[in-house]
Design a protein around this ligand. Structure first.
Ligand code: PLP
Length: 384
């Protein structure tokens, strides 16, 4: 794959290595949104199908990306919403604790913490090992060793949002299945850019905000819920999720049942005429690129940066436990963090500080000059 920068509107002097914060919008996705806003200029043209069919198409596209049937996919407004639907339906009698890793993204942590509080369960927080060599492997091991027959659920981001540690979803999913624990994965920092397979990884729920690696707009996302959740209680009771929703003339012939699969978990007004066509367009492009090709592109791109970091005593995780689209590095004692951040800003190099890590998250809109600009700022620090 070659750089896809032409699909975006990124000024030449901006070095945006921060897709984990928010990916830039593609021009075509923006156009889909503009066309979407125009639809409400003439509401008489909106048909009953417009409330349902575009969402079905988006679900199918997302389903293909994660190897799930469209029927088990729901439209959500945020990761927190999607997590709440899964976590509030964990059976209360299924063990005495739940598991998260330390410094997990707050939407994940708060939701499972609340469930534990409401259900008098222990929340086991698996801390990152205090070592630099073999840290990712040891952290994964700690998670695996903590899962047992008393585990109700493991709630985990596939890639740690702050430092980029990659968790072995396959091993963790298998262990969860072996002990009958639910495996609830937050894919916000990976799905779209990293291959994922809910069947192979035995995932029970996979929740993704769309505004990062799915390249979509803000305030919409997608979630997969396994059949274990098909009789659960949704957050809302939108008319749109009920079995008679298509029959506009008879909506007040109230019914008990929902549309099949995960449809009960769709957010109300999910047909969103603006965000839905944008997400649809974004998914087309993400699918066309392919997660493997995105990783290949990024690994080539970051090669010189990794080389520089390793040569100059910065810490970076071993390749098996990090991804190429999102990783953190730690500074050597000789580099002043505050000055470095100032210099990055002055040179328009956009990365994030998360905890102690400098988080770098490139994508196919980046090119060598972006990585070179980052390396140059780091080099200048050593000269100070
Ligand atoms: C792992 C992870 N999950 C979810 C989100 C977004 O959560 P929400 O949609 O609840 O705002 C982020 C944002 O940075 C994230 O890093």
């Amino acid at each position: 794959m070659v750089s896809q920068k032409h699909l975006f509107e990124l000024p030449e002097d901006i070095h945006y290595l921060n897709g984990a914060y928010m990916s830039p919008l593609m021009k075509a996705v923006q156009e889909a949104g503009i066309a979407g806003t125009k639809r409400k200029l003439s509401p008489w043209e909106l048909t009953a199908d417009d409330f349902f069919v575009p969402a079905e198409t988006v679900k199918q596209k997302f389903g293909r990306l994660i190897n799930a049937p469209a029927q088990q996919v729901a439209i959500i407004p945020s990761a927190s919403y999607g997590l709440k639907s899964a976590i509030s339906n964990i059976p209360a009698n299924s063990g005495d604790h739940a598991i998260v890793v330390s410094n997990e993204f707050p939407s994940d942590y708060y939701t499972i913490q609340q469930w534990c509080k409401e259900n008098s369960k222990e929340l086991k927080i698996i801390t990152a090992p205090d070592v630099l060599t073999g840290r990712g492997a040891a952290w994964n091991d700690r998670v695996l060793q903590t899962i047992n027959t008393q585990t109700a659920a493991v709630v985990l981001s596939s890639v740690h949002w702050a430092d980029g540690t990659k968790f072995n979803l396959q091993q963790i999913g298998e262990k969860c299945k072996a002990v009958n624990a639910l495996f609830i994965v937050d894919g916000t920092q990976s799905v779209g850019a990293l291959p994922i397979d809910i069947i192979a990884f035995k995932i029970d729920a996979l929740v993704c905000a769309a505004y990062k690696w799915l390249m979509g707009p803000y305030s919409i996302g997608l979630a997969y819920y396994s059949e274990n959740f098909n009789n659960g209680i949704p957050i809302e009771d939108s008319w749109m999720n009920k079995s008679n929703a298509h029959d506009f003339a008879r909506l007040s012939s109230y019914v008990e049942d929902y549309k099949p699969g995960a449809n009960r978990y769709n957010v109300g007004e999910f047909s969103n005429n603006i965000l839905m066509p944008m997400l649809d367009k974004a998914l087309d492009t993400v699918t066309q690129w392919g997660a493997d090709a995105i990783q290949d592109y990024c690994v080539k791109l970051i090669g010189p940066l990794l080389h520089y970091l390793q040569e100059n005593k910065y810490w970076i995780e071993a390749p098996a436990y990090r991804t190429n689209h999102l990783f953190g590095f730690l500074l050597p004692g000789t580099v002043d963090k505050a000055i470095l951040l100032q210099e990055l800003q002055r040179n328009k190099v956009f990365v994030s500080l998360r905890g102690d890590s400098i988080r770098v998250s490139p994508h196919v809109y980046n090119n060598e000059s972006d990585i070179e600009a980052l390396i140059q700022v780091l080099k200048n620090q050593h000269k100070l």
